[in-house]
Design a protein around this ligand. Structure first.
Ligand code: ZN
Length: 79
C-alpha cells in the first residue's frame, strides 16, 4: 500500500512512501525539523489510491483492446 505522511499543523505532505520504513523516516524527519522532535497533533497517514485494471470502466477497457488489435493488424499488414 502506498501512503504519505501528512502534517495538518504545517500543511505539508511527504512524497509517496512505498515501505513502512520510509513512512516512519518521513514522520521522524518532519517531527525533528518542524516540531523540535515532538509529535504534532495534526499528523496522519494518507492512503494513496492505486489504479487497478478492474477499476477501468468496461467500455474504456473494450475500446483500448480494440485499438490495440487494430494497431497489431496494421503493423502485420505493413510488415
Ligand atoms: Zn508539522
Amino acid at each position: 500500500m502506498l501512503r504519505r505522511y501528512r502534517c495538518d499543523d504545517c500543511g505539508g505532505t511527504s512524497p509517496v512512501c512505498i515501505t513502512d520504513g520510509s513512512l516512519l523516516r518521513e514522520a521522524r524527519r518532519h517531527r525533528i525539523l518542524a516540531h523540535d522532535g515532538l509529535i504534532p497533533d495534526g499528523e496522519r497517514v494518507v492512503d494513496v489510491p492505486v489504479a487497478k485494471l478492474v477499476d477501468v470502466p468496461r467500455g474504456q477497457l473494450v475500446a483500448t483492446a480494440v485499438l490495440f488489435l487494430v494497431l497489431v493488424v496494421a503493423v502485420a499488414v505493413r510488415g
